[in-house]
Ligand binder design. Structure first.
Ligand code: C2R
Length: 185
């Protein structure tokens, strides 16, 4: 499966912008990995999504990883559940940064994927996020932060995003305090 993000923001960004490759072990991973794609779309970062498996399609996976840089990708996000081999197998075949999301698809609810992803042997780094949706969302943000090191406009958008997140928490706290004050009155 290959898909391009198509938001207005994406189209208006510099054509030379590096893309993010979002790879997942199965189409059953898509509902969670969509969180990463959503974030990339929000920030106008072009991405392509593929289902590929180090276990089931090892040669295609290695080929995708080896050619990622020449195909214009700057960061790779990988999502896999069960005995997750995908992050390591991709990282073994590229020097691009690989961000992995362990997915809760097995009866061990992601603990298996977390351990197989986070315990990489020295020499083959994989940046491991949290299990599940938060991890997928953070993978999108982390990819944006990596790309922002060479894109000041993207960095400003990330700063605005952080400030707006803080404003929302402050607003929630104000609402809570006001409700408590009304209860006391
Ligand atoms: P199915 O739903 O297709 O049976 O897949 C996938 O990421 C998925 O969460 C079940 C789970 O198997 C995972 N999978 C891997 C790899 N390939 C598929 N962990 C891999 O290469 O690491």
């Amino acid at each position: 499966m290959a898909r391009r993000s198509g938001s207005k923001a994406t189209r208006s960004r510099d054509k030379r912008s590096l893309k993010v490759w979002v790879a997942m072990g199965s189409d059953s991973d898509l509902p969670i990995m969509e969180e990463a794609v959503k974030v990339l779309n929000e920030f106008g970062i072009p991405c392509e999504v593929d289902v590929t498996s180090a276990h089931r399609t090892p040669e295609a996976t290695a080929r995708y990883a080896r050619t990622a840089e020449e195909r214009g990708f700057g960061v790779i996000i990988v999502g896999a559940g069960h005995a997750a081999h995908l992050g390591g197998a991709v990282a073994a075949n590229t020097t691009l940064p690989v961000i992995a999301v362990p997915l809760p698809s097995s009866s061990l609810q992601g603990l298996d994927a977390l351990l197989s992803t986070v315990q990489m042997p020295g020499g083959v780094p994989v940046a491991c996020m949290a299990i599940g949706k938060s991890g997928a969302m953070n993978a999108g943000l982390f990819a944006a932060q990596i790309l922002a090191t060479r894109d000041p406009e993207l960095r400003r958008r990330l700063q605005r995003h952080k400030a707006s997140m803080a404003d929302k928490v402050l607003e929630k706290n104000r609402t809570l305090k006001n409700a408590a004050a009304e209860d006391r009155a």
